[in-house]
Design a protein around this ligand. Structure first.
Ligand code: SF4
Length: 739
């Protein structure tokens, strides 16, 4: 057994302050402890349910233990999300925990360009505190920032947000969730009054018309697709996507709109519905605002204009509108094809408008439903203290500030009165020399950020870069001055919130290697060495933090103050918010709840808003020099984002191409004399790369598709952003194929 560093022992609260075993035992006894309350929680050869740590579907996985250690898993048959199913990533979820490049000790670089060397936690924490404090003292609180993730548990996100912004005085922090979900957050807030995806997965099975926009569900969310497969209503499945994706092939109708013509297409569809009287006037007048203005706006999107911009004819549009009209339960779903756009917020709201005008919301099988990406993007949206204050509160609202300060037991003066910078603004502030210290957690921006080279250059410009991760081998970690070894999924306790707002439990069923600590315990260490640990006495364990979160949620739309601890979450197979005390009676494991069944939204007058805008030109249109549109997206269901974890699995590696490829239409390939599987050179204004040509009609002529998982992809992408959400527009840039 590894002996805990002395410095760590110093910050372990006395046993009576913990709700469970001593930290040293909790950290060092594999599989024995988890919930922090019952030291002998598991029988040595028990099976226990844990929510998957990859995507936002939030499947339940039964972890099988032998002599207290997780040795294998099977999908949970009684978890209400996945009903016995899992995708390849879920089946292989334990594999990335046991790899040779796991970080086992803090690593420090004495000087830029020097080697990373193992150091003690005491030394690492002293370096962390002294370097960040020095920067803050010399350049002000605006000169340091953090970039976090949608991959850690909610308690850790909240702890980081509170520690950084209330304890350490760090003004600016954001998450990699900005790359996937910011658009939906802003769209819902403006339209509904709160960031509230309204659906439950049962809606996939209840709809008779399912409209998927910018979503390759078969690949990106395969278990959600399985829920559609269980639909007994023989639904029309409509896919709106420039590519003939796996999902488009399986659909009953496919509308291959031209890339980023979504607003023309959706406003044109709204006009056809209006012209035919296929709208629910009574519902609209009782539950919405600004419909008349929206009608006037939609009427300007003529058939010719829509066809010219989107490539969809008036006959096709008529057929689609009629299908929606005939549906009794129509659900509209979107994900990254919409969110990662130069006008993503208005596109998401154009989808919301369709649901509102046809009265398809609040009933089984309906809804304007954004599908999230990462396993805990929804936790981040509510509790990371970045895009809003803990629990969906407003930094600028004095009542909210007082409430949060009271629950956390901190001085209200510690709470900033405004949001910090967004991710892209942090990167640019580094380039401008304003931000000089950065703390990056469980994300790999030097691979995943749009226009990757500019991000890498920003990291090199920093005076001090700390990376907190499971591995030292990510591109960002390789640039760090200090790397802190973090426990991974299933090596710690906490909750994720999935796409349908279900709070699900992650448990410690495996031992983190060496001296790696849970992010939660790293934050405890940081607070101690920073000298602000007194502010965080209430954060004594993950479950104590969870209880703070339930209090913070009280009286918010996301109120889950009726949830009484981890055991209740475990017993009920996860719990969807809201869950007030009044909601608890009769709650069963298979409960399904959706929002807005009463037709009341979260704006002060309880009405939803029709929001719309004039379509904007993309930032980098094609040209004679760069005639192809480059689309990016998920490649296979065996790959997860930058493949930091999935490429550790030999099985998952066999399920996807090992090197980067680009999809090109046969006509273009023929014209350019490109042979199947040949190496071709693709050039954008930012980089030139070599890739393997995959000749396929899944892309249209003039378009190319490249999976986002390979590091080279974001060498090409162009850094443009939605102006409302500041989400990067990964789905469109101009490139050429060099002969
Ligand atoms: Fe895990 Fe998502 Fe796969 Fe389910 S669909 S097993 S949550 S990666």
């Amino acid at each position: 057994m590894v002996k805990l560093p002395k410095a760590l022992e110093k910050v372990i609260p006395p046993l009576h302050q913990w709700h469970g075993p001593k930290t040293s035992e909790l950290l060092r006894t594999p599989g024995k402890f988890g919930l922090g309350q019952v030291p002998e929680r598991y029988e040595p050869d028990a099976t226990t349910n844990v929510v998957c740590g990859f995507c936002s579907t939030g499947c339940g996985l039964n972890i099988h233990l032998k002599e207290g250690k997780a040795i294998s898993l099977t999908p949970s048959t009684d978890y209400p999300v996945n009903l016995g199913m899992a995708c390849p990533k879920g089946w292989e979820a334990l594999t990335p925990l046991v790899t040779s490049d796991r970080l086992t000790r803090p690593m420090n670089r004495k000087q830029r360009g020097g080697e990373l060397e193992p150091v003690s936690w005491d030394s690492a924490m002293k370096s962390f505190s002294s370097n960040f404090k020095k920067i803050q003292q010399e350049h002000g609180d605006d000169s340091v920032a953090f970039i976090s993730t949608g991959q850690i548990v909610t308690e850790e996100m909240a702890f980081l947000g509170a520690l950084a912004k209330f304890g350490m005085g760090i003004r600016h922090g954001d998450g990699n969730t900005r790359q996937c979900m910011a658009t939906s957050v802003v769209a819902y807030k403006q339209s509904f009054g709160f960031d509230a995806p309204p659906y439950t997965y049962q809606d996939f099975e209840e709809s008779d018309v399912i409209v998927l926009i910018g979503s390759n569900l078969c690949i990106a969310h395969p278990i959600m697709w399985q829920r559609i497969e269980r639909n007994k209503h023989n639904p029309e499945i409509i896919v709106v996507d420039p590519r003939k994706t796996e999902t488009a092939v399986a659909a009953t109708q496919h509308y291959p709109i031209l890339p980023k013509s979504d607003l023309y297409f959706l406003y044109g569809l709204a006009r056809v519905l209006i012209e035919n009287g296929w709208v629910d006037e009574k519902w609209i007048s009782g539950h919405t605002n600004d419909y008349d203005a929206f009608v006037r706006h939609a009427q300007t999107f003529t058939d010719d204009q829509v066809e010219q911009h989107s490539g969809i004819t008036s006959e096709q549009m008529q057929k689609l509108a009629e299908t929606i009209h005939r549906g009794e339960r129509v659900s509209f779903w979107w994900t990254m094809g919409v969110n990662q756009s130069h006008e993503g917020v208005r596109t998401a709201q154009a989808i919301i408008n369709l649901a509102l005008m046809t009265g398809n919301i609040g009933r089984p099988g309906t809804g304007a439903n954004s599908i999230t990406g990462q396993c805990n993007a929804m936790g981040s949206r509510l509790f990371s203290n970045t895009t809003n204050m803990l629990g969906g509160h407003d930094f600028a609202n004095p009542e909210h500030r007082a409430k949060v300060a009271k629950i956390l037991g901190i001085d209200e003066e510690r709470i900033p009165t405004e949001l910090g910078m967004a991710y892209d603004q942090i990167v640019e502030a580094i380039h401008a020399g304003k931000i000089k210290g950065l703390w990056v957690l469980a994300t790999n921006g030097s691979h995943s950020w749009i226009h990757q080279e500019r991000y890498k250059e920003a990291m090199e410009k920093l005076d001090y870069l700390v990376v907190q991760d499971m591995y030292s081998t990510t591109e960002t970690a390789q640039q760090a001055d200090l790397i802190l070894p973090a426990a991974g999924w299933a090596e710690k306790d906490g909750v994720f919130i999935n796409s349908e707002r279900r709070i699900g439990l992650v448990k410690k069923v495996a031992q983190a290697p060496g001296e790696a600590l849970s992010d939660f315990n790293i934050f405890k260490l940081v607070s101690h060495y920073w000298g602000c640990s007194d502010m965080f006495n209430k954060w004594s364990s993950p479950e104590a933090a969870f209880n703070l979160l339930t209090e913070l949620s009280r009286d918010q739309p996301c109120d889950f103050s009726g949830v009484n601890g981890y055991c209740m979450v475990d017993d009920l197979g996860g719990i969807q918010w809201p869950c007030r005390s009044s909601d608890v009676a009769g709650l069963t494991r298979d409960n399904q709840r959706r929002l807005f069944s009463d037709g009341e939204f979260y704006h002060a007058d309880t009405k939803a808003k029709f929001i719309f805008d004039t379509p904007r030109e993309v930032a980098e249109p094609t040209s004679k020099e760069y005639p192809f549109v480059l689309l990016t997206g998920r490649g296979t269901s065996a790959q997860w984002h930058t493949e930091t974890r999935t490429k550790k699995s030999a099985i998952l590696r066999k399920l996807c191409p090992s090197t980067i490829y680009i999809e090109i239409h046969p006509d273009d390939a023929k014209r350019l004399n490109i042979a199947p599987n040949s190496l071709i050179t693709v050039k954008s204004r930012r980089a030139t790369i070599e890739v393997t040509a995959s000749i396929t009609p899944s892309v249209s002529p003039g378009q190319l598709f490249m999976p986002m998982h390979y590091a080279k992809a974001n060498q090409l992408t162009q850094a443009s952003f939605d102006p409302h959400s500041r989400q990067p527009s990964y789905k469109f840039c101009a490139v050429e194929i060099v002969a």
